[in-house]
Write a protein that binds this ligand. Structure first.
Ligand SMILES: NC(=O)c1ccc[n+]([C@@H]2O[C@H](COP(=O)([O-])OP(=O)(O)OC[C@H]3O[C@@H](n4cnc5c(N)ncnc54)[C@H](O)[C@@H]3O)[C@@H](O)[C@H]2O)c1
Length: 451
């Protein structure tokens, strides 16, 4: 916080997590009792509700959850969504349990959280993260509704990332991957920077992705299908695939779903040492799996010109200077993977307002296009033929509203970082600029309420 003079004590106040709850509970499964440990950490409740995903991971720990909760506070402040930061985890390997067992465990975990106000539409709103998805969110929302702690009218807003049929919003599942794509677009549009090796068009650029789960798969899909980038390398737990001509992302997803891994995929060369894929020849590297993937041990061998942090904290603290010294640009996690929390905010607002966004968007377009059609008819003195008029008046759907909203918020956050970098030369890179903006916002909130 050396670039940000704060009143005495405030930096300390912001740095520390407000609270971290450990929950331990038992579930009777397979004829015996199994014990589970989980956490929900609240970093900063300067704005409520607090927000952050829940991950299912056998390596989860309280320290990791606290660090991720702090990152959520910064992320929300940077992109200007009105949430404080929180994060949760359950120490479990979801692949070891049947679906009906996972459901019982998740429902029991939800009861533990609900009894401590750690899941609540107005206080604390979880979302999916590593190892969880819309299925777990649907179970959580349903269980929350049944607890005595439920705010029944707004119960659906107690978690985001739900399936559409259970109060979710169009585009949430792919929102983080979509945000990664928009983050890259923002960077390439910025003419004050060099682009990627002097290039600004994603078509033909080579991309490597670590982690082919929710975030990694969607980012790879949009970049290859819509921007015509070549996804040349995909890393997963079992190894990495490399094809300099580009990997068929959809075919690989089908293969992964059918076999549980990427081994045996016919469209690329397989290498068993997964982490070596980080060093593959590519323009853009997208780590989208776990923390600390890039360390001081492999940083010197990274060949990408741009690293986009789709995962939280994929670059170790001491690896970053080694990368930036070589001119590698980093789009930091609090910006690059904010798409999830941004669209979560839309979902939360939708649940609380009890309004169908699709309907709203259709009405808005109908009004606007109706006025336009009227003006054109007056100018030309001719009425539109009925079928053309109908097509012209046809409204968009919820997904259009979500995408344009996400794009808007990402562009604004990027513009704030770029302006900070331009106005304050001491902020040397995007991460420092992002931290500066976010910490300022949080500090202002604390100063306003008096600490
Ligand atoms: N889901 C979201 O909306 C969201 C939002 C913001 C940030 N994130 C972050 O993005 C990252 C990925 O989250 P996700 O939701 O896509 O999780 P996910 O569980 O859907 O996917 C993670 C993928 O990474 C793979 N993986 C795990 N260990 C690996 C390793 N050592 N090498 C290569 N691959 C490995 C897994 O097999 C899995 O396919 C996490 O850091 C998460 O915190 C997710």
């Amino acid at each position: 916080m050396t670039h940000l003079p704060l009143p005495e004590g405030l930096a300390e106040r912001i740095r520390a997590c407000n609270s971290t709850y450990t929950v331990r509970f038992g579930v009777r499964l397979r004829g015996r009792m199994y014990s589970f440990t989980g956490w929900r950490s609240i970093h900063s409740d300067h704005t409520e509700p607090v927000k952050g995903g829940i991950r299912y991971d056998p390596e989860a720990s309280a320290e990791e959850v606290e660090a991720l909760a702090a990152l959520m506070s910064l992320k929300c402040a940077l992109v200007d969504v009105p949430f404080g930061g929180s994060k949760g985890a359950l120490r479990i390997d979801p692949r070891e349990w049947e679906v009906h067992e996972l459901e019982r465990i998740t429902r029991r975990f939800t009861q533990e959280l609900a009894s401590r106000n750690l899941i609540s539409p107005g206080r604390n709103v979880p979302a999916p993260d590593m190892g969880t998805g819309e299925r777990e969110m649907a179970w959580m929302a349903d269980e929350y509704k049944r607890t005595g702690h439920s705010d029944i009218i707004n119960a659906a807003a107690c978690v985001t990332g739900k399936p559409l049929a259970r109060g979710g919003i169009a585009g949430r599942t792919e929102a983080t991957g979509r945000g990664v794509q928009y983050a890259i677009h923002c960077y390439l549009r910025d003419t004050s920077r060099d682009g990627v090796g002097g290039r600004r068009d994603l078509a033909g650029m080579s991309v490597a992705v670590q982690g082919f789960g929710n975030v990694g798969y969607h980012a790879a899909k949009f970049l290859s299908e819509e921007d015509r980038a070549h996804v040349v390398c995909v890393m997963e737990r079992d190894g990495y695939l490399y094809n300099p001509d580009g990997i068929d992302v959809e075919a690989l997803k089908r293969h992964q779903l059918a076999t549980g891994g990427i081994l045996g995929f016919p469209g690329a060369e397989f290498h068993p040492n997964s982490a070596r894929g980080l060093e593959a020849d590519c323009d853009i590297l997208i780590p989208a799996a776990m923390e600390g993937a890039i360390t001081r041990h492999n940083a010197e061998r990274i060949r990408a010109k741009l690293i986009v942090e789709a995962a939280n904290g994929p670059i170790a603290f001491d690896a970053e200077p080694l990368l930036t010294a070589r001119g590698i640009v980093i789009l930091p996690d609090l910006f690059a993977n904010a798409g999830g929390v941004i669209v979560s905010y839309f979902e939360w607002v939708k649940n609380l307002s009890h309004i169908s966004f699709g309907l709203m968007e259709r009405r808005r377009r109908e009004r606007r296009n109706g006025q336009l059609a009227g003006a054109l008819e007056t100018m030309t003195g001719q009425a539109f033929p009925a079928e053309i008029r109908d097509e012209f008046l046809e409204g968009g759907d919820e997904i259009d509203l979500v995408r344009s909203g996400l794009d808007d918020v990402m562009r604004s956050a990027y513009a704030r970082m770029a302006a900070a970098l331009r106005d304050r030369p001491e902020l040397v890179d995007f991460r420092t600029a992002a931290y500066h903006i976010a910490l300022n916002r949080i500090a202002d909130a604390y100063k306003a309420i008096g600490i």
